[in-house]
Design a protein around this ligand. Sequence first.
Ligand code: PHE
Length: 337
Amino acid sequence: LKEEVLKQLKECADNADIEKVRIQCLGKKGDLTAILRSMGGLSEEERPEIGKLANEVRAIIEEEMKVIKEKINSLEASKKVKSEVLDITMPGRIPEIGRRHPLLQAKEELESVFMRMGYDVVSGPEIETVANNFDDLNAPYDHPSRDWSDTFYISDDLILRTHTSPVQVRTMREAVKENKLPVRAVCTGRTFRFDDVDDTHSPMFHQMECIVVDKGVTLANLKDSIDQFVKELFGNNVTTRFRPHNFPFTEPSAEVDVSCHICMGKGCSSCRGTGWSMELLGCGMIHPNVLRNCGIDPEIYSGYAFGMGIDRVTMVKYGIPNIRLLFENDVRFLKQF
Ligand code: PHE
């Protein structure tokens, strides 16, 4: 029995195995326990001898059990230490570094161009009053842009602003209140129109507004500023083209095109042979009614303003074919900037 149990103990791999052997040998119904119990049936001479032998065997087995238990425990402990060991030669995990979104880059670049030219950077809310967005900008009551099908109405007199031009009104009023005329300011921000999504349209887009009000500001100043600004943005080789247009809040008004920066105006597939890459912005001399609505006397002051789609500029600048790319936040796209 002793040999048999010692052999079993040697084969034990963990504490549970040892426990099994212990119960089988020394437990209530164990083999050795049975021998000790049956001692009563032995003769007077046999009893002490067998008893001594059985107790010796028990001692040996218990001692061996203790040794093997210790061995297993230390083995398990060292296994644990090994699995938790810190390998300081392993290469580190390099964290992914985020990038500025191309639109944010464009916005910051635009603002810094104007800041260098001495403009203030201002802002206004995305939820605007109908008064600031339309009425005070001289938009007639039947102007199509006011339609429910073009503008997101929140209530009868609150909307999501359809352009950044209401910031003109806010800025001029503020300047009058604080006695801080003349005004030279730019504003960038989100704008909203009820448009279906396609390659160049999105119901949410971005604009930059520029406004200058001073004594003696003329159309020549407007043309010169825009020309300078466009050259800062696209390089000295581009040229601009002013086309007459109509906005309720400016008179006269124009739209400005920029020569294609790929073929330099010669005509290529990107500009469909026209030499002009895009309609960049709307502009004009601030309408006297708008000045009056803001408390400025048009007999003394005049001003110009322009508004530009930042998404468009970003798309042309980086050759992005689809506006959706700017809003889907696909990391594979964003990583390229
Ligand atoms: N607000 C006009 C638009 O969204 C652009 C504009 C701004 C035109 C300022 C003239 C002056 O189309």
